[in-house]
Ligand binder design. Sequence first.
Ligand code: GLC
Length: 730
Amino acid sequence: MRILSISIFCLLLSLNSTKAQKPIYLDVNQPIEKRIENALSLMTLEEKVAMCHAQSKFCSKGVPRLGIPEVWMTDGPHGIREEVFWDEWSGAKWTNDSCTAFPALTCLAASFNPEVSHLYGKSIGEEARYRNKSVLLGPGVNIYRTPLNGRNFEYMGEDPYLSSRMVVPYVQGVQENGVAACVKHFALNNQEKERFTVNVEASDRALYEIYLPAFKAAVLEGKAWSIMGSYNQFRGQHCCHNDLLLNRILKSDWKFDGVVISDWGGTHDSDQSVNNGLDLEMGTWTDGLTTKGTSSYSSYYLANPFLQGLKSGKYNEKLLNDKVSRLLRMIFRTTMNTDRPYGKFISPEHSEAARKIAEQGIVLLRNEHQTLPIPVGKYKRIAVIGENATRSLVIGGGSSSLKVAYEVSPLEGLTKKYGIETIVYSKGYSSEITENNAKSKLAADSLIQAAVEVVRNADAVIFIGGLNKNYFQDSEGDDRKSLALPYEQDRLINALLTANKNLAVLICSGNAVEMPWLSKIPALAQVWYLGSEAGNAIANILSGEVNPSGKLPFSFPKKLEDNAAISFGKISYPGDGKKEEYKEDILVGYRWFDTKKITPLFPFGFGMSYTTFEMTKAITDKTIFTSDDVIKLVVNVKNTGKMKGSEVVQAYISEIKPTVLRPLKELKAFSKIMLDAGEVKQVELNLPVKDWAFYDEKATGWKINPGRYTINIGTSSSDIRQRVNVQIKK
Ligand code: GLC
């Protein structure tokens, strides 16, 4: 009897508990906006607030009771970061998270090829999807303002138009996988030095014409589902909760319907984080790199302080519902999107994509008397010199550091291409030798001496050096201290030249470097950070299997002081500790060199090929236009050499009689075309006249002056081959 009564009791209990906890499943077949309303109506205040801040290093809460999953985010712009422990930055030593490393974004920008950018976004998005991430913390599109910024390698160069054209396909490619791109760092985060505190002051023209366009394109055209606020301040407010940038420009003017995610440790104020447009607070009290948080997640600005403020009536629940609606929208577009594909990881297609992007981004900068290419079999002995020929360049550099499935070093790629019997290697320099003492000098000297001996008997020499991902090099957290190559590479290159003049220099970097030996070397290429396929891409280019077609996405100054921001002194860079004034205003990069008539070492948009091209007969469909018109310009391009190759036709506009300061010319269209030897193609460029506007600070809006303009068509910002004059009338 007793057993019977107990079992009846248990049965009643289980029935009762089942009834009380009947799970509520959200209807996934409704339109997203309906699903948001439905979910909001079912969520408690606590559940809503919990969604607005981190619960671990890289995830934020869902609503388990409603079947709404956590939001998992991952770095970075070049590949999917390894898993870390719940609360740590250190790797969790998983065995299934070694990814494909794609080239750094400066290399992607150098391809000047939006199709390649889509391939990039699609491929990296597939890897993020496969690893079940909802948000990819990239791409970065901060403008290259000085050649010292430690994170320039993660971004797309000095020109807002190039960055705008290249970020859109990347974002679209990522999001086709049901993964949110998180375009960063919004905004004016153009240095690493004092990045958490620097307070940037810049004019409206510089803001709207230079620093915002790539973000605007990512939102309006790319339809980015999330944006990351940057660490710095702009006009006295931290960018992670900046009323002008987030509420007025991003969410009101641009009608951004996605999520604003703080950078890790970028949130500093409760009221501002509630009121100024922040939706998801991550990484508070950490430096985004190493230090652990000193407080629990519940004490985050958008956690208990927010909840208490809502309960006390200090904050309006409408603000909370806006944040949560955006978070739900991102979740329904990603993890709860029932149509999204399943992704791929370290697939052969991703290796091929990584190699293709690398090959399209490598920039040939000098090639006297056909030093390059070096066809396989041409030489019996090729000396490869330099630490970057063997050093891993996907590790380090901060949050974009990767644990990769493989990384073909330049030495491995060259050995595979030319044969083990042809290639001989010597390190030449070491990034370990940084002390300034006799012992270090001896060590450096012996490395140089050994390398000189190796090159003495070689038919050709390939030097592979540049920067690396160490602190104060190309790395997050601080900036470089000079434009010069580190580790006595200049001394090494000069020493090598005394023993063998047939020397090609390859620079691995995300920044411009000084080249005191330039006139003495016959060949030079900028080979960026190329990721898993680095060695194969470099070998394909050097052997002539692939013809280089990259163009510089930023200018190389002859000396540091030639750079616009640097030329205005400390207040302009790195700031005086209280603020930093962007005194060069809109004259960033080639805009500065052109207008101030300073000759750069290598100009923006410059890149050579193993073949040659000529441009003729540039004409437009009319000569008089209105600001609503899209000008159709055609130009004939001929491959006048003996090898198939690609050229990038670039169109820069100049206002003949501007009423305000305007750069001598501004890039407003480009197109990359492939031509067989001897082939001629008519290239069409579309130039919407509305893109030629300047930001009128008095009228607080965009303006196009009627009058005469010149369209300068060329193969770089300083190699103009054709000019077409047009008239814009009211
Ligand atoms: C870092 C970086 C940001 C990165 C984030 C998470 O500090 O600034 O780009 O996505 O923290 O690692």
